[in-house]
Ligand binder design. Structure first.
Ligand SMILES: NC(=O)c1ccc[n+]([C@@H]2O[C@H](COP(=O)([O-])OP(=O)(O)OC[C@H]3O[C@@H](n4cnc5c(N)ncnc54)[C@H](OP(=O)(O)O)[C@@H]3O)[C@@H](O)[C@H]2O)c1
Length: 316
């Protein structure tokens, strides 16, 4: 990949897109193309085609999506399905029509079946039913993976999909209506501490197992994919290590210095019992994560403290 290649990072304002932009800039990529959603709504097919016609990017990295936790997915199934399909379909099709050489599509581990064997291997895709709470989002992402695979198979283009595990880090979403578990816990423990170490109520039983990857590590995986020709169409990206939600809460509680009790609200859904990625395909090619969980949580909390007046509000 040449450093002057014109690379469109879709979703560069988001947690993932911003980390990718930073990683590319610090590795000498100086011809980056970005648009916010207010400048270019990627759900608008003609708008996206016009943009590709005018700009002729060499590479597209798709980090634009409607993203959210269990609550947001449950309450807004249509937007999670349709917005994500429109965004990725428009990007993939415009890239194909304008002969973009390389396309990196980002999905999520929720594409794999709810009760698949662990750790999750890429080959488990479409072998059983999905987790119902986020199937809308998952189905959209699966169609993106398949569209890239189809272009790869039919036209021999270097279109590849990376499936990150749960991500967290700087620029995370701390809005409790739409956030994922890790940033939600940071906000809850922080506010409970500020209010005199009040008890913290967390969703579910605390027993599900989850894996977390710091967003800069994902950005390095994208850089790795950009600079290599990956031989297959789908790669998991994670740490290969998981822990219970209870153990995660204890790390966050300790990092923040909250001294109150934790109440587990088991009337709320747990989601998939375990979700650990098999990352042997990426490891065999030479990529590995660098930032361990306790270090990443400390970095994320430091960012939260510096930016807490700007909790991101997802528009629905
Ligand atoms: N967060 C995670 O834990 C996680 C885990 C696995 C995979 N991923 C994947 O990583 C990707 C990015 O996630 P993220 O956490 O960075 O999400 P995010 O912080 O919510 O960012 C999403 C970005 O998408 C852009 N976007 C949304 N709708 C758009 C539209 N209609 N037109 C143009 N741009 C639009 C937004 O642009 P504006 O800011 O300009 O509005 C925003 O910058 C997604 O594909 C997601 O599946 C995330």
């Amino acid at each position: 990949m040449e450093k002057q290649s014109k690379i469109f990072i879709a979703g560069h304002n988001g947690m993932v897109g911003a980390a990718i932009k930073k990683a590319l800039e610090s590795n000498g990529y100086g011809n980056l193309l970005v648009r916010s959603s207010s400048e270019l709504d990627l759900r608008n097919q003609q708008g996206v085609l016009d943009f590709f016609e005018a700009e002729q990017p060499d590479v597209v990295i798709d980090a634009a999506a409607r993203v959210g936790g269990i609550l947001a997915n449950n309450n807004f199934p249509y937007q999670f399905l349709m917005d994500n399909m429109q965004i990725q379909n428009n990007l993939i099709d415009a890239a194909h029509k304008h002969d973009v050489k390389k396309f990196i599509f980002l999905g999520s581990s929720c594409i794999y079946p709810k009760l698949a064997s662990q750790p999750l291997k890429e080959e488990y895709l479409l072998t059983d039913s999905l987790e119902p709470t986020n199937e809308w989002y998952a189905i959209a992402k699966i169609t993106g993976v398949k569209a890239c695979e189809a272009i790869r198979k039919q036209f021999g283009k270097d279109y590849v999909s990376l499936m990150p595990t749960n991500l967290y880090g700087t620029k995370d979403n701390f809005d409790l209506n739409t956030s994922h578990v890790l940033p939600a816990m940071i906000r809850k423990f922080h506010e409970a501490k500020e209010n005199g170490h009040l008890p913290v109520t967390l969703w579910g039983s605390g027993t599900p197992m989850r894996e977390f990857l710091f967003v800069d590590d994902l950005a390095n995986a994208v850089l790795f994919a950009l600079e290599s020709v990956l031989p297959d169409y789908l790669y998991n990206v994670g740490t290969g290590v998981d822990l219970t939600i209870k153990a995660l809460a204890e790390i966050i509680q300790k990092t923040i210095g909250h001294e109150g009790t934790i109440i587990w609200d088991s009337s709320k859904p747990d989601g998939t019992p375990r979700k650990l990625m098999d990352i042997s395909k990426m490891h065999s090619l030479g990529w590995k994560h660098q930032i361990e969980l306790s270090e990443g949580i400390a970095k994320t909390y430091a960012w939260f403290l510096a930016n807490q007046q700007d909790y991101k509000q997802v528009k629905l």
